[in-house]
Ligand binder design. Structure first.
Ligand code: COA
Length: 393
């Protein structure tokens, strides 16, 4: 039985670790290219390793008959595969949607000695696993990022950065966000990746995945696209206006650097395939706010936030409509909207786009689950939270 070892992306990536079959039987399923490659292998150890890796790929539901080679790298057309070996271990990942890199390691005693070559104090400080495990995972994550990148010439310390990481000691799994800043002619922009780690017996397993960004989509007057680091000043400006954040609960940012950190560590696109999108005014090309979706514990929520100068022009309504169409194309089954009773503009937008108010709860009931900034606690007393729903299927 295959057990998916990570927290996220179970639906999009198949992973197999140490399949019980290491056998010769898999040779029957080899592609022409793999037959050639296998015949070229000299040592018995190499042959065993090759067979076991193909058994792992097969267990990860990759069709071995489709394997070809790009240089020395096995590939499958219209899909992504990654393989990793270590002493007594093999791991394979296969995905039709996401680029993927996988790494499996046993304990490496030399990591402390070479740590400064592949990581930094700042990066280590983002991990709260015990010190050796931290170094193993940083190394493994960077190996998996390097494999995902796929075009050589990457410096682990300067081109690969893990910008956030969370570790759950109970299930021995972790996840975070990393950036590959190295570029080349095949990859002209830095890319953001979701990285995941797990302890599987004695093995340290790491996986990096990258999802191609959502293609920008339009409303009549705007374009909606993913946030980029260049959007930090706009996010800062939005959240620094007390009128804009009057009913949102956010504490605001202390600097544009904080807004930039939020963007760089924003996991939603890579993790869920959607998130809040930046709204660009078509007539000027300038960003004017954001609108979009968020995968919350209470469902997928629709929300929006615009610069004060843009209010009252029907922009939020048309962006919410475009977002609902997007949600349908993503095959989401329903959306939730939530707005405070005094935030009339917000709940009017939800009603205009066809959402149905099914509940209103008092401030005290939602205060705990909302992350409400100190400044809002008193001023929201006595308000109701209107909760809306829209079925999409
Ligand atoms: C809420 C917000 C997105 C509304 O954006 P907008 O672009 O002004 O909304 P629209 O122009 O599409 O207006 C939708 C409707 O609400 C009405 N409306 C907007 N602001 C209103 C207000 N302050 N009071 C009463 N009605 C208001 C509009 O008149 C319009 O109704 P109509 O078509 O019947 O005339 C915007 O005010 C905002 O960014 N606020 C700050 C962030 C925020 O609170 N986000 C929501 C968190 S739940």
């Amino acid at each position: 039985m295959l057990i998916y070892p990570f927290k996220y992306l179970k639906e999009s990536v198949q992973v197999s670790i140490n399949p019980s079959s290491r056998g010769e039987a898999i040779i029957n399923q080899f592609s022409v290219a793999d037959n050639h490659r296998y015949a070229e292998l000299k040592s018995e150890t190499q042959k065993q390793e090759f067979l076991w890796s193909r058994a792992a790929l097969n267990a990860a539901e990759a069709d071995l008959k489709n394997i070809k080679y790009q240089g020395k790298k096995p590939t499958i057309e219209n899909a992504h595969i990654s393989l990793s070996h270590c002493k007594e271990g093999v791991a394979a990942a296969f995905s039709e949607q996401l680029e993927v890199g996988i790494d499996i390691e046993t304990k490496r005693e030399n990591l402390v000695r070479i740590a400064q070559k592949f990581t930094t104090e700042d990066e280590i400080a983002r991990f709260d696993s015990e010190p050796h495990t931290t170094l193993q995972f940083i190394w493994g994550i960077k190996e998996s990022l390097f494999k995902l990148y796929g075009y050589g010439s990457v410096d682990f310390k300067t081109h690969l950065e893990i910008t956030s990481f969370e570790w759950d000691p109970n299930i021995k799994q972790g996840w975070g966000i990393a950036w590959i800043s190295q570029t080349c002619k095949e990859r002209t922009q830095p890319i953001q990746c979701l990285v995941q780690t797990a302890m599987v017996g004695e093995h340290y397993l790491c996986m990096a995945t990258h999802r191609i960004p959502t293609i920008p989509f339009e409303s009549a007057r705007t374009v909606l696209r993913e946030w980029t680091p260049n959007d930090a000043p706009l996010l800062y400006e939005l959240n620094m206006n007390p009128q804009v954040v009057r009913y949102t609960g956010d504490a605001g940012f202390t600097s544009t650097q904080c807004a930039l950190n939020l963007i760089r560590n924003y996991p939603n696109y890579q993790r869920d395939g959607y998130g809040r999108w930046m709204v660009i005014d078509k007539s000027t090309g300038n960003p004017i706010g954001w609108c979009g979706l968020k995968n919350n514990q209470w469902g997928t929520d629709l929300d929006f936030r615009f610069l004060k100068a843009e209010w009252g022009k029907g922009i939020a309504t048309e962006c919410a409509e475009a977002t609902i169409e997007k949600a349908k194309s993503l095959k989401l089954s329903s959306l939730i909207g939530r707005a405070l009773s005094e935030n009339i503009g917000s709940w009017k937008v939800l009603e205009k786009v066809g959402m149905h108010r099914y509940k209103s709860v008092g401030f005290e009931e939602f205060a705990e689950e909302f992350n409400i900034a100190e400044k809002d606690l008193d001023s929201w007393k006595g308000l109701m939270l209107h909760i809306y729903k829209l079925e999409l299927t």
